[in-house]
Design a binder for this molecule. Sequence first.
Ligand SMILES: Cc1cc2nc3c(=O)[nH]c(=O)nc-3n(C[C@H](O)[C@H](O)[C@H](O)COP(=O)(O)OP(=O)(O)OC[C@H]3O[C@@H](n4cnc5c(N)ncnc54)[C@H](O)[C@@H]3O)c2cc1C
Ligand code: FES
Length: 245
Amino acid sequence: MKEVRFTILDNDPIAANTWKMKLSGDTSAICCSGEFVQIALEGKFLRRPISVHDVDWETFSIVYKVVGEGTAAMARMLPGDKLDILTGLGTGFSIDSCQSKALLLGGGVGAAPLYQLAKELCAQQKEITVVLGFNKADEVMLVEDFEGLGAKVYVATMDGSVGTKGFVTDVLRLKNIGYDFFYACGPMPMLKAVCESVKGRGEVSLEERMGCGAGFCYCCSIQTKNGPRRVCKDGPVFKKEDIVW
Ligand SMILES: Cc1cc2nc3c(=O)[nH]c(=O)nc-3n(C[C@H](O)[C@H](O)[C@H](O)COP(=O)(O)OP(=O)(O)OC[C@H]3O[C@@H](n4cnc5c(N)ncnc54)[C@H](O)[C@@H]3O)c2cc1C
Ligand code: FES
């Protein structure tokens, strides 16, 4: 874990209520996809946990949805503004669990951490299929980014305005997608439906309210088949078979 003062390079809307922020600074503590950072915001006691969307040696990006005061304040920030961020938090995705064909399932802003995962899987020459679910057309995002990595991308929207009408699980029912390991991130009802209906081995990234974000306060504990686990330290990524729904 490392506390770093980052400088905002870009902060732009990319879909309805959703922004992408690129920051420059010391990214050395960010090790793998599925990790998250904790962002300190003026006037807020608790830092805001946000997943790493994309990372390289000197910059990293986040994609965030404006849902409350903290994320609204982030959306008002400008290039050049500084943010105090705890980096290198959480246990991320295990890319070695996939032999050759990966299935990535993202719901809403849950698509964000799957991009860095896709980059890492690509570097290992793995074949990637991405299925993204949104409520409606103006929320659809990151499709070209995944396609740019060579992934096959399917979209589902609840109102049918883009792609398949329904959930990501409806795409899986209708398309014959080959994979040996799946990775999922999104709202809890989506993750539960995925784990109940998607065959084979996989991992899901969970969300919980967090305090310290670093394993000390136990306020993010959940029950798993192996006993209580902290989402911030033992997760946020857990194996499908370990989760108690
Ligand atoms: C590991 C992890 C990764 C996340 N990654 C992303 C991401 O990549 N993009 C994104 O848009 N959102 C992500 N979230 C959710 C994000 O943390 C919340 O949307 C955000 O904290 C809301 O802050 P707020 O001040 O705008 O909302 P408020 O509702 O005003 O927040 C009040 C308090 O509740 C907490 N809180 C609110 N919603 C959530 C939530 N869903 N999960 C956890 N804590 C919450 C806040 O951190 C804050 O402490 C992630 C959450 C976790 C736990
Ligand atoms: S948030 Fe403190 S232990 Fe997880």
